[in-house]
Design a protein around this ligand. Structure first.
Ligand code: PMV
Length: 329
């Protein structure tokens, strides 16, 4: 009998959380302990092809044309196993993935990466495309990836321990609000402590972890209300509080986790000075890395970009708009 190959391709955009996820309620099921809300970004894209091929002796994972081994490849294989199980497939797969931005530098590459992988594998396996299922598959690999399945403004609720399935949900489309998200690059190379490790270490050792979990829903609610009303000040203030709270929680771990570099702090002061001295509505957020992301109105983006580029240690500034859901094919 002829050997079968089945192929699928998907492109997913990264997302940046306006209300942050940090901490798991169930580690094996990878369920978040807090609700989060993100903006999908048009600028940072992962393009992934998955080919199930009966002639392959094992799964092969290429990222930017480099063969992945160890943990990076094992996380991909786990997701492929979930898809194979659902589709009743036995064949191994070749995964070819490309990012148009630096991988693992705190630019949410795992979010767009696992979302594109789940969608491409869904198509390659010959299953009907199901956003909710793809979001749940992606979430099991990287919770933030659940949100990259959708465009615009997306929420992911907290999961109860043992909860069978959890997907993200769009709350407003990309054209709901014409904001900009500027990404100020403050360091080169991959981050030192990955988010999975960082949040586990925070849960185990940070005296601020419980307070973070208790307060996160209120911050999430303020961000969500602000997004629905297109109220930049409401979103911005809650977003900064969410960012500073989770970083404070991580910093208070034992030993402390410090993602910030000197240019991170300089960029944060630039944002404050724009707001306080020039009256420009600019608000900062950060992930598990040193880069500073700034949320603002479209009309202010060019001026804020200039100020960030003039900040010591900021090497580059990307400007992103609200981006689309996953695109197939
Ligand atoms: O989904 P993960 O494991 O990559 O964790 C993402 C955590 C943060 O980026 C810090 C916050 C978030 O909600 O995206």
């Amino acid at each position: 009998m002829a050997k079968r190959t089945l192929s699928g391709r998907a492109r997913a955009c990264a997302n940046i959380a306006l209300a942050k996820y940090w901490g798991k309620s169930d580690i094996p099921l990878n369920l978040p302990a807090v609700p989060s809300l993100s903006l999908t970004l048009d600028k940072l894209v992962t393009d992934t092809r998955v080919t199930f091929d009966e002639q392959l002796p094992a799964d092969e994972v290429f990222l930017d044309e480099t063969l992945q081994t160890g943990k990076a490849s094992a996380r991909v294989v786990e997701l492929l196993d979930r898809v194979r199980k659902k589709a009743g497939l036995a064949a191994y797969a070749r995964v070819q993935s490309k990012n148009n931005f630096p991988t693992a530098a705190g630019l949410a590459s795992s979010a767009s990466g696992f979302a594109a992988l789940a969608a491409a594998a869904n198509v390659a396996a010959g299953l009907p495309y199901d956003e909710k299922r793809v979001s749940a598959w992606a979430r099991q690999s990287s919770a933030s990836a659940a949100r990259s399945v959708y465009g615009g403004f997306v929420e992911l609720k907290a999961g109860r321990p043992g909860q069978k399935s959890l997907s993200a949900r769009p709350i407003a489309p990309a054209d709901h609000w014409d904001v900009r998200l500027l990404v100020a690059i403050t360091a080169q190379g991959p981050k030192k402590v990955g988010s999975t490790l960082g949040m586990e270490h925070s849960r185990e050792t940070s005296p601020l972890y419980q307070a973070w979990v208790e307060q996160s829903t209120a911050m999430f609610n303020r961000v969500k209300r602000g997004v629905l009303r297109r109220d930049l000040e409401m979103v911005g203030r809650a977003m900064e509080q969410s960012t500073f709270s989770f970083h404070a929680c991580a910093m208070a771990s034992d030993p402390g986790i410090l993602y910030w570099q000197p240019p991170t702090i300089a960029a944060l002061h630039t944002v404050r000075a724009l707001r306080e001295d020039k009256g420009i509505a600019a608000y900062a957020t950060m992930d598990a890395g040193p880069h500073v992301k700034v949320l603002c109105e479209a009309k202010d983006a060019a001026r804020i970009k200039r100020a960030l580029l003039a900040t010591e240690g900021v090497s580059e500034v990307l400007t992103a708009r609200p981006g689309p859901a996953i695109r197939l094919g």
